[in-house]
Design a protein around this ligand. Structure first.
Ligand code: SF4
Length: 350
């Protein structure tokens, strides 16, 4: 693929209109093209039959439409599917489709190759950051998974810290929201962050999206240990940013809290958490830490999970327990890549 050509999947509506006007074309053509790309999944300009032949040839000379084909797909017994995509520079990323019920599925997508944030409970963190994903690489994960069936919700919760790649993520969201394209409403997309405070504030100024914050601790001491980002943006800065986000966007912020055995799962932790969340419109998503081979932490006991959740519920905090799906394949974010890297490594040495 020639590098001087523009990938139309990298452009939001306004950028596509500008591109077309440089070609001397009318603005409304953008909608026609977006319809072909995102609703009809057409990759070849030749098939865009409501555009004049000459226009199609001009487009083919100046632009192209990229797409992803998964290099590996793993399906779990509960129907969770993990897709591994190889990028044009040989790097790999993953997306996960999680069935919610008969007709609904959530897709979890990546925003970076690796991640610089180094959270201790996350395998992606151990790879470090290789690079940001480009807009089209974020969008193409959704397009590829849609070939496998409808997706009702999208979460930016896979590899990478979305707010560390803010510009490309915002453009990708604009593309996902396009009425003439994939048409995702802002309430159907959730962005999960480890807590980059200035970027949380910037996000609320730039686009609408549900915000999930990976909290995982009720004291700076514990959070510093689990998530190095806390040393830069401690709880006393993070919580006001979340409160303001909820106020500005009129949406509840979700706090993700991974319960880790003997680290953050005591009633004293729950009590501090309630105090911390006071005045923030929010809900809490509890996730039991998934112990795996070589894992640095222990899974929490069943009783501690129940007791923690009850404590929050009794104090009027909406607290759901998220079932960790796909346990029999690769559990947490980054694990499919880890497994694949291991396999490739084995191949090299065999
Ligand atoms: S949990 Fe998210 S932010 Fe933290 S290291 Fe993993 S991918 Fe990065």
């Amino acid at each position: 693929m020639s590098t001087h050509k523009i990938d139309l999947k990298s452009l939001n509506c306004q950028q596509l209109e500008e591109f077309l006007s440089r070609m001397g074309k009318e603005k409304y053509r953008a909608k026609q093209i977006l319809h072909w790309i995102y609703q009809r999944h057409v990759l070849d300009f030749e098939e865009m039959t409501d555009l004049a032949k000459k226009f199609r040839c001009d487009l083919a000379e100046q632009a192209f439409i990229s797409s992803f084909l998964p290099e590996m797909v793993e399906t779990s017994e509960d129907g969770t599917r993990k897709y591994l995509f190889r990028l044009d520079d040989g790097q790999t990323i993953e997306a996960v489709r999680i069935p919610m019920d008969e007709s609904r599925a959530t897709l979890c997508i990546s925003t970076q190759v690796g991640c610089a944030m180094g959270c201790q409970f996350c395998m992606t963190g151990t790879f470090g950051l290789a690079r940001n994903l480009r807009t089209e690489e974020i969008v193409n994960q959704v397009c590829a998974a849609l070939q496998d069936g409808p997706i009702s919700n999208i979460v930016l919760m896979g590899m990478g810290e979305p707010l560390h790649n803010l510009d490309n993520v915002v453009t990708a969201l604009q593309i996902l929201y396009l009425d003439d394209g994939l048409g995702y409403g802002t309430r159907r997309v959730t962005l999960s962050t480890c807590g980059l405070v200035p970027e949380i504030r910037e996000l609320s100024r730039r686009i609408k999206v549900n915000l999930a914050v990976s909290l995982n601790a009720s004291t700076n001491e514990i959070r510093d240990r689990l998530m190095p980002v806390n040393q830069r943006y401690p709880l006393e800065e993070l919580l006001p940013a979340c409160r303001d986000y909820a106020q500005t966007t009129k949406q509840r912020v979700t706090f993700e809290y991974i319960l880790i055995g003997d680290v953050n799962n005591s009633i004293a932790d729950a009590k501090r958490l309630v105090a911390l969340l006071h005045g923030v419109r929010c809900k809490v998503n509890l996730i039991a830490y998934n112990e795996h081979q070589g894992a640095p932490f222990n899974a929490p006991s069943e009783e501690s999970i129940k007791a923690f959740q009850s404590y929050l519920l009794q104090r009027d905090i909406v607290a759901t327990l998220r079932a960790s799906k796909g346990q029999d394949i690769s559990a947490a974010c980054g694990q499919l890549k880890g497994k694949f890297a291991e396999q490739s490594l084995n191949c090299t040495f065999e």
